[in-house]
Design a protein around this ligand. Structure first.
Ligand code: 13P
Ligand code: 13P
Ligand code: MG
Ligand code: MG
Length: 379
C-alpha cells in the first residue's frame, strides 16, 4: 500500500514570548484537523516543540497535495484567530502570505513529506526543532547515514552496504530549487565540504542506494529568504524511516548525544548547542537553547500507533546536562565572535542600519574628511 507522510509546522503564537503555544491554541488546531481532515486523512498527530505546532498526517494524496496543504494552512489560520483572541505573542508569525496558493512551501510553514510503499512494519521517527534552522540536521544525518563510527549497520547489515544517496539544497538560491546529489561512501568528502556550511547547504532528503527507497525528508525553508528580513527562526521538521534497509532507530538518534552547535537561540542570531528534549517541551534560557524532539511511531495501512518519546529516556538527562554546560560556556562570551552568527545571517536583522550609520563616521587617516556634514549617530 502506498502511503504519504506529511508534516507541516508553523509558529502561530505563543505564551510569554516565544516559549510554547497555549493549550487552547493546540486544541483549536487539533479540533480543526479532526473535523476537516475526516475522509481526507488516514491519521494525524498534533504536537508542539517550543513555540511551533506540527501537524503530522498520513494519507493517500501524495507529496505536495494542495488539499493536504490547504487543510494545514486553514488549521493554522483558525489557530491564529484564537492566538489573537488570547493575546499570544507572534500570532500568525509564520503565515507570511495573505492567501493560499496551492502549496505551503514558500509561504512560511515548514514542510517535510514522503510517499512510499509501506513495509509490512513501518517504523519511523518524526523530529521537530525549535530556535534553529534546517541545517541543524546536516550533521546528524551525515553521521547516521554515512559514518560507520556512528552507524555500525553500514558494515553489519548487507541491506545498507551500498550506502545512501544525499540530495542537498543550496537554500540561498531563491529563484528555484538548486540541488546536488551525492552518494556515500564514495563522495563523503564532497558531502562534508557542503554540509559544513549549514546556513547555505541543507540535506533535503536521503535515499537507499540498494532499493531506491526514500529514508529521510527534511523541511528546507529559510524564512528570511521568504520575508527578506528576520521574522523568526525556521524551526525545521524531519521524517526518518528506520530499520531494515535504513539505519536502526538508535543509529539515527545517537548523533544527538553530541549536542552540536547550531544557528539559533535568542533572536535567531546565535550559535548554541542543540538540546534533545521530551515531546511538547517549551523554551527557556536565552530563548533557547535550540531544542529537538523526536516522536517514534509504527504505522500500518496509514494508521499510527501512539507516539513514543525518543528523548524521554534517562540516558538523555546526561546529554541535556552537558548541552546546558556548553550553552552556559558559550553565553559567557555574549555578543563576541563565534557566540553570534556570521554577518551573512545577521544581515536580515536591524544590525545593518547600525553598521550603515557607523560607516559614515569612519575616516581614513591622512585623507581629507568629506565636506558634507556628518550624520548624527543613531542611538
Ligand atoms: P532486536 O534483536 O531487539 O530486534 O534488535 C536488533 C537490532 O539490530 C537493534 O539495533
Ligand atoms: P521563533 O522563531 O521560535 O519564533 O523564535 C524567534 C526568536 O527571535 C526567539 O528569540
Ligand atoms: Mg515564535
Ligand atoms: Mg519557533
Amino acid at each position: 500500500m502506498k502511503i504519504t507522510l506529511s508534516v507541516i509546522k508553523a509558529d502561530i503564537g505563543s505564551i510569554g514570548g516565544h516559549i510554547a503555544p497555549s493549550r487552547r491554541l493546540l486544541e483549536t488546531v487539533r479540533e480543526y484537523i479532526a473535523k476537516n481532515g475526516s475522509g481526507l486523512l488516514t491519521d494525524n498527530y498534533i504536537s508542539h516543540t517550543g513555540d511551533d505546532i506540527a501537524i503530522l498526517m498520513t494519507h493517500g494524496q501524495g507529496v505536495g497535495s494542495p488539499r493536504i496543504h490547504k487543510l494545514a494552512w486553514d488549521a493554522f489560520l483558525a489557530g491564529t484567530q484564537v492566538a489573537k483572541e488570547q493575546g499570544l505573542y507572534g500570532a500568525g508569525q509564520d503565515l507570511l502570505k495573505d492567501s493560499f496558493s496551492g502549496n505551503v512551501k514558500g509561504m512560511g510553514p515548514a514542510v517535510a513529506e514522503m510517499e512510499f510503499e509501506e513495509r509490512p512494519n513501518e517504523p519511523f521517527l518524526f523530529f521537530a526543532a525549535d530556535k534553529t534552522d534546517p541545517g541543524a540536521y546536516n550533521l546528524p544525518l551525515y553521521l547516521a547515514f554515512a559514518d560507520v563510527m556512528n552507524t555500525p549497520g553500514l558494515i553489519l547489515s548487507p541491506n545498507m552496504a551500498q550506502g545512501f544517496r544525499f540530495v542537498v539544497m543550496d537554500v540561498n538560491h531563491t529563484e528555484g530549487d538548486r540541488v546536488i546529489e551525492l552518494v556515500a561512501p564514495e563522495q563523503i568528502y564532497d558531502l562534508a565540504a557542503l554540509l559544513r556550511d549549514p546556513e547555505r547547504y541543507v540535506v533535503e532528503s536521503v535515499w537507499s542506494r540498494a532499493t531506491g527507497e526514500q529514508a529521510a525528508a527534511v523541511a528546507t525553508s529559510r524564512l528570511h529568504n521568504i520575508a527578506g528580513k528576520y521574522t523568526g527562526k525556521d524551526d525545521p521538521v524531519m521524517l526518518v524511516r528506520v530499520q531494515m534497509n535504513f539505519p536502526a532507530t538508535g543509529e539515527v538518534l545517537a548523533p544527538y548525544a553530541h549536542g552540536h552547535f547550531v544557528a539559533g537561540g535568542m533572536r535567531g542570531s546565535h550559535q548554541l548547542p542543540l538540546m534533545p528534549v521530551a515531546l511538547n517541551s517549551g523554551i527557556s534560557y536565552f530563548d533557547g537553547p535550540p531544542i529537538v524532539s523526536c516522536a517514534a511511531f509504527a504505522e500500518h495501512n496509514g494508521r499510527l500507533t501512539e507516539a513514543l518519546d525518543a528523548f524521554a529516556h534517562p540516558f538523555w538527562n546526561t546529554v541535556r546536562d552537558r548541552v546546558a554546560e556548553k550553552t552556559l560556556e558559550m553565553r559567557r562570551q555574549g555578543f563576541f565572535g563565534a557566540a553570534m552568527l556570521p554577518m551573512g545571517e545577521l544581515e536580515y536583522t536591524g544590525i545593518m542600519e547600525k553598521l550603515k550609520a557607523l560607516d559614515s563616521h569612519f575616516t581614513v587617516r591622512g585623507e581629507t574628511p568629506a565636506s558634507a556634514p556628518r550624520q548624527v549617530l543613531a542611538r
